[in-house]
Design a binder for this molecule. Structure first.
Ligand SMILES: *[C@@H]1O[C@H](CO)[C@@H](O)[C@H](O)[C@H]1NC(C)=O
Ligand SMILES: *[C@@H]1O[C@H](CO)[C@@H](O)[C@H](O)[C@H]1NC(C)=O
Ligand SMILES: *[C@@H]1O[C@H](CO)[C@@H](O)[C@H](O)[C@H]1NC(C)=O
Length: 153
């Protein structure tokens, strides 16, 4: 988080400085600014965690792949506070599925879910709804090859 806030400050500073430097520096700074903007685009910093919120939609496995490529993984929701902070109007894949053993929900770090924030009536047992989506009402099981946005942590 501190690192990202540092980078955001640097980006602001570069934006201010940019009109005031020589052409050569200007170009370098402009490139740096664009790289930083690209790198930071979509990331949010919260307390001790960094989240990437996608604007694309993909299936569960591809969403996870994207997170891994960003040096992260799909989000693991540890507490109510974290759950509440994503009560937006969109739906997102989270790092939870029961595709190995029906009814045993596992996080991407290998841990087994003990209690969660399921929406009422969820998860649906016995259906091919093995991957979890965060929705404003709680979590829902969906077929893993459906496409949603996703959150990396
Ligand atoms: C712009 O450059 C001048 C002279 O090089 C310097 O005195 C001034 O502080 C600079 N302004 C900013 C906003 O960096
Ligand atoms: C960050 O955390 C605060 C308090 O837990 C919460 O209100 C806020 O919505 C969170 N934001 C994000 C992007 O997670
Ligand atoms: C479910 O998650 C595990 C990792 O926790 C992964 O190996 C597995 O491929 C996932 N299932 C599907 C259908 O993507």
């Amino acid at each position: 988080c501190d690192e990202i806030q540092g980078l955001l400050k640097e980006k602001d500073k570069l934006e201010k400085d940019i009109s005031n430097t020589t052409n050569q520096n200007n170009q370098l700074n402009e490139e740096k600014k664009q790289l930083l903007a690209q790198f930071l685009d979509g990331w949010k910093c919260n307390q001790s965690s960094l989240y990437y919120i996608s604007s694309d939609t993909k299936n569960w496995a591809e969403s996870r792949e994207d997170c891994l490529n960003r040096g992260a993984d799909l989000i693991i929701i540890n507490n109510r506070e974290e759950q509440e902070s994503f009560k937006t109007n969109a739906e997102f894949w989270i790092g939870l599925n029961d595709s190995d053993v029906e009814g045993t929900w596992k996080w991407v770090d290998g841990s087994t879910l003990t209690s969660g924030f399921w929406a009422s009536g969820q998860p649906n047992m016995g259906k091919e709804e093995n991957c979890a989506v965060l929705n404003p009402l709680g979590w829902y099981g969906y077929p893993c090859d459906n496409v949603f946005k996703w959150i990396c942590e």
